[in-house]
Design a protein around this ligand. Structure first.
Ligand code: GDP
Length: 422
């Protein structure tokens, strides 16, 4: 059987509207709560004289253990639908969410917005929707939750749906393309299984809506990019750069260009795990023998691509950053080291364009004088020597970076735009 595709989904929404419960319900109905835990809880339920063993009991137990500081790895928060292997990634309430999104540790392909049908749109509902949009999460599913609280009433659902539609439209989502699903995470209505309590609803369940999501764009369809980790010169073979294919496909016989030096060569052979291969794909760690390039022409931090779509060498680039820790303040002129793919290049802050509210994406201040820990901002950076970097929109793995100084990661960023050299 073909392997299912992976998709990362963020669970967003106001506190207490049911995010954890919905995650628990998805994992439970998908059969992903570890058997030994279920068994343990089943026994405890019997001992306490509980007649039936319910999902609620499992959720309570998990919550209790969490409160006692016992973190249970609920099967890595991963479950399967017909089409996808779904991973639930951090939600914006978490401190590390923005950092993880920006550094790509957990880029979300879609978000499920959980809204309590009674309380409907609240402060964090707005914040999270803005944040999801700002961070480029373009697909949304809205779960109008706790339908059991309103006796599964259609009018209550429609009323809240209208308010949420208005909100998401405001930030640029198209409500007509977003499924609004009446659910009860607690009782499992319309989550994995279609509910028989809402005959008035004909749309998809959460599980079905997940299957309707567009798969993440594949790096295989992007231009070739291989950041170089090392370069060897092997007698009888020649120059052998080593690196991981981040995007595109490399084939034996291809012409390749290395940027920033701009040298061109021809691929004579490719090797992975000491075996010759004909083609290399994203994720493959390879060594490839290139004719026409000497060991001294290229080095770690250079990027190989095809000559008709070469890696971008930046004169400067505009980026959205989040300041993670800085003892004082970042001002124009600050020149820390930017780590992007395999390159490490000192880059100067030449413009602080605007400070943005990391929780809403709204502009807080134009041309701020300085940035402190916790600030998010759009800035312009200028590499002090030639460097390859790409727009995160074009080639995500080459568009994210860490800013390091004084032995620590000062900021994380993603590239919005690049001014090419020349
Ligand atoms: P979170 O803060 O968004 O993660 O919310 P939780 O999942 O912790 O849920 C907050 C409270 O709402 C808990 O007491 C849940 O049991 C309750 N809850 C969650 N989903 C439902 C639901 O579908 N129906 C009802 N009646 N209560 C729910």
């Amino acid at each position: 059987a073909r392997e299912k595709e992976h998709i990362n989904v963020a669970m967003i929404g106001h506190v207490d509207h049911g995010k954890s419960t919905l995650i628990g319900r998805l994992l439970y109905d998908a059969g992903e709560i570890p058997e030994h835990l279920i068994e343990k809880y089943r026994k405890e339920a019997q001992e306490k004289g509980k007649a039936t063993f319910e999902f609620a009991w499992v959720m309570d137990k998990l919550k209790e253990e969490r409160e006692r500081g016992i973190t249970i790895d609920v099967a890595h928060r991963k479950f399967e639908t017909d089409k996808y292997i779904v991973t639930i990634v951090d939600c914006p309430g978490h401190r590390d969410f923005i950092k993880n999104m920006i550094t790509g540790a957990s880029q979300a392909d879609a978000a499920i917005l959980v809204v309590d049908v009674v309380d409907c749109v609240q402060a964090q509902t707005k914040e999270h929707v803005f944040l999801a949009r700002t961070l480029g999460i373009n697909q949304l599913i809205v779960a109008i939750n706790k339908m059991d609280r309103v006796n599964y009433d259609q009018k209550a659902f429609e009323k809240c749906k209208e308010a949420v539609a208005k909100l998401i439209k405001l930030v640029g989502y198209k409500p007509e393309e977003v499924p609004f699903i009446p659910v009860s995470a607690y009782y499992g209505d319309n989550v994995f299984k279609k509910s028989d309590k809402m005959p008035w609803y004909n749309g998809p369940t959460i599980r079905e809506a997940l299957d309707l999501l567009k798969p993440p764009e594949k790096l295989i369809d992007k231009p070739l990019r291989i950041p170089i980790q090392d370069v060897y010169s092997i007698s009888g073979v020649g120059t052998v750069p080593v690196g991981r294919v981040e995007s595109g496909v490399l084939r034996v016989g291809d012409k390749v260009i290395f940027e920033p030096p701009g040298v061109v060569g021809e691929v004579k052979s490719i090797e992975m795990h000491h075996e010759p291969i004909k083609e290399a794909y994203p994720g493959d760690n390879i060594g490839f023998n290139v004719r026409g390039v000497s060991k001294n022409d290229i080095r770690r931090g250079d990027v190989a691509g095809h000559p008709d779509n070469p890696p971008t060498v930046a004169r400067d680039f505009t980026a959205q950053i989040v300041v993670l820790q800085h003892p004082t303040a970042i001002t124009v002129g600050y020149t820390p080291v930017v780590h992007a793919h395999t390159a490490q290049v000192a880059c100067r802050f030449v413009e602080l364009q605007k400070k943005i509210d990391p929780r809403t994406g709204a502009v807080k201040e134009e041309n701020p004088q300085f940035l402190k820990t916790g600030d998010a901002a759009v800035v312009k950076l200028e590499p002090t020597r030639p460097m390859v970097i790409e727009r995160v929109k074009d080639i995500p793995p080459l568009g994210r970076f860490a800013v390091r100084d004084m032995g620590m990661t000062v900021a994380a960023g993603m590239v919005l735009d690049v001014t090419p050299r020349k």
